[in-house]
Design a protein around this ligand. Structure first.
Ligand code: ADP
Ligand code: ZN
Ligand code: ZN
Length: 653
């Protein structure tokens, strides 16, 4: 019997595929079961291997799972790039990019899609919209990166719909990425309504089986369009003709577990590899993208106004030092909410903090409970009653007697969404209060169910976190109250101001998209901050220029590039010793990159471990070189110290 040799990608710290033997040839992209150490694992065939020298150490493939490949060479090329750029093992990346059922070796299911309704929009496109569509359409089958920069409510989604239609007519597929699960449903119904083709959806909120069917529908070319969150980027699409990235500035595109890739950045790579256009859209582009557009490397398409006569919302600051919030809400805020309800409109109350109250305090002695695993204060929750650390998930019963002074006067200080919900229910008993945060939307489809009355236009007040800030188009929502804007201004990260401005602009942009002019109220103790001045002008370019100038002065991105090396262990000394050794190793390379640190992480003790950091700043190519010289980084540990590499970190946490 003749023996064949194949290369197989397996999970784990392997930067090359491993060689196995088989009785018959196997094509690349086919799943196989192979022995690895004492385990059996699912791997992916990566093609023929040369006959190895030491034949007796080569193990045989245990079983072949598929008749046909489930991934293509195109797909492999994207994974190869990501593996090289993020210094992550390709097998890990490939296998984690598969839907769970396929990763576990289950058979390939039938493809499943939903059919579009092929309705025409009820309105004429604006000139801006037509120009944007033409510009992208002309670049069919060639790489070009567009920034669709349109103010909130300017009709970016309609531009997407039209581009999707044209791409399908050319016989090509479209990949549409959205940042949050909550947005896929709405985006899907809007697109599906006008679509003349087959659609499928992929995100972590749908059942594994359905996700696999969407994967197969895309990979077999049955689906014309795939709408999904970041992991959908790694879906093979043989006829891909266009990539759309909605709300491109959103942090949800950055994977924060395992390989820390940016789905937006990889989407651009994918478009380049396939020679197709890509459109990044946002009212508040990331500074990285915004700068590329300024430099002319990306083509900027503008939608400068809302369609028709619909104005941008009016934004006002409420000085919380004078109009003191009662239970979280100022008099002015109560008035605008009442006004909206009286006019059959809806209001949104925004607070980016879940739970009941951020701090529980003994008013006799000042004692505040801490988390036993972190340098953090646990948040008080009432549903159910607990002190819950949002950093390590540790929960404890809320105390009713102070352990320091035995006093019984424990006070919930400050507001979270749960408490604000309570305030609103007391003040506005005549309408439903709909709270949207991670706690109320944890269950599958919970988000869709919660916001259905909002979509239906019923009178109500929405209260919630940043989940409500993005993308949504609620017809009856006229009023937005931001209850604690000081929170955003006090962030320590170099991107804090950018993120704060984006969040405020986005949440304000939910107001008055149809009919009544939007009213936005921002409660703050620091109304004279220069940033408010810029945000209130509602001129994002002006704001971006100012932020960019600041970044240039300090040589932060996009002026330079970053890589963040984090080390953690149960005590702090080995962490710092290990990072110091890495820093010396990098400095010995004599490359012009800057190495900052080692320094403690912003929250040094987190989840029972001490965290330290090393930051590398410089040119992208030099950082890549330095990292490769000092790697491998994936799975790196040194004694008790675990390392973690983040190339182009989103935050320095
Ligand atoms: P964006 O994504 O830019 O925030 P949307 O695409 O959600 O904006 O559009 C805002 C609203 O305006 C939607 O309800 C949409 O149906 C409507 N719309 C879009 N284009 C037009 C147009 N040309 N004329 C009238 N209404 C439009
Ligand atoms: Zn006390
Ligand atoms: Zn904790």
């Amino acid at each position: 019997m003749s023996r064949f040799f194949i290369k197989v990608f397996v999970p784990g710290p392997f930067f090359e595929p491993l060689t196995y033997s088989t009785d018959a040839p196997i094509s690349s992209g086919i799943r196989v079961t192979v022995p690895l150490g004492s385990r059996e694992v699912i791997g992916l065939c990566a093609g023929k291997a040369n006959g190895p020298e030491a034949l007796d150490t080569i193990k045989s493939v245990i079983s072949v799972i598929d008749d046909e490949p489930i991934i293509s060479t195109q797909h492999q090329a994207l994974v190869d790039f990501a593996s090289d750029y993020y210094l992550a093992p390709p097998g890990d990346l490939l296998l984690s990019s598969l839907p769970t059922t396929l990763r576990k070796g289950q058979p390939i299911p039938k493809a499943k899609t939903e059919t579009g309704h092929n309705n025409s929009p009820a309105y004429q496109l604006t000139k801006d919209q037509r120009d944007a569509i033409e510009a992208v359409d002309q670049t069919a089958n060639q790489f070009q990166c567009f920034l669709l920069q349109g103010v909130t409510g300017s009709g970016k989604t309609q531009v997407f719909s039209e581009l999707i239609d044209r791409t399908i007519k050319r016989g090509q597929q479209i990949l549409l990425l959205v940042p949050e699960i909550g947005l896929t449903g709405q985006m899907m119904s809007r697109i599906q309504d006008q679509l003349d083709g087959e659609l499928c959806v992929s995100h972590s909120g749908i059942a594994d089986g359905a996700r696999t069917k969407a994967f197969i529908a895309s990979a077999r070319g049955v689906a014309d369009i795939l709408i999904g969150t970041r992991s959908a980027l790694f879906t093979p699409m043989p006829n891909l003709g266009l990539i759309l990235v909605d709300e491109e500035h959103d942090g949800a595109y950055k994977n924060q577990e395992g390989c820390r890739y940016s789905a937006r950045d990889l989407a651009i790579v994918r478009a380049k590899q396939m020679a197709i256009p890509i459109v990044l859209s946002s009212a508040t582009p990331s500074l990285e993208t915004w700068q590329q557009a300024e430099l002319g490397k990306y083509t900027r398409l503008r939608l400068s106004a809302r369609p028709g006569q619909q104005p941008q919302p009016s934004i006002r600051l409420i000085d919380a030092r004078y109009d003191r919030p009662r239970d979280g809400l100022s008099e002015a805020a109560r008035r605008v909410i009442r006004h909206a309800l009286d006019h059959e409109q809806q209001a949104l109350v925004f607070l980016n903090r879940r739970g009941y109250s951020p701090i529980l305090m003994c008013t006799d002695c000042g004692w505040i409970p801490g988390c036993k695993h972190c340098d953090a204060k646990p948040t008080l929750h009432r549903q159910p009653d607990s002190l819950w650390c949002h950093h390590c998930d540790h929960r404890q019963r809320p105390v009713s007697i102070c352990p320091e002074c035995s006093g019984r006067n424990l006070l919930a200080v400050g507001h979270g969404t749960e408490r604000l919900e309570e305030t609103l229910a007391e003040s506005f008993p005549d309408v439903p209060i709909i709270r949207v945060d991670r706690d109320t939307t944890a269950r599958r489809r919970a988000f869709e169910k919660l916001i259905q009355p909002v979509i239906d236009g019923q009178p109500c007040i929405l209260v919630g976190t940043q989940m409500l800030a993005k993308g949504h188009d609620f017809q009856k929502l006229s009023t937005v109250v931001v209850t604690d804007a000081d929170q955003g201004l006090s962030g320590a990260d170099f991107r804090s101001v950018e993120h704060f401005a984006q969040l405020l602009t986005q949440v304000a942009g939910r107001a008055g998209r149809h009919g009544a002019t939007g009213q936005v109220l921002i409660q703050t103790h620091r109304p004279d901050s220069a940033w408010f001045d810029k945000i209130l002008k509602q001129d994002y370019d002006h704001l971006a220029k100012a932020v960019l100038l600041e970044r240039q002065q300090f040589n932060w991105p996009p002026e330079s590039h970053l890589a963040l090396i984090t080390a953690r262990a149960t005590s702090s000394t080995p962490v710092f010793e290990a990072l110091e050794a890495v820093a010396n190793q990098i400095r010995a390379l004599n490359s012009p990159v800057r190495v900052l640190g080692p320094a403690p992480a912003p929250m040094e003790r987190r989840n029972r471990q001490y965290h330290g950091q090393l930051l590398i700043l410089g040119k992208r190519s030099l950082i890549q070189w330095v990292l490769k010289e000092t790697g491998p980084w994936a799975y790196k540990r040194q004694g008790k110290v675990m390392f973690q590499l983040d190339v182009d970190p989103w935050d320095l946490w």
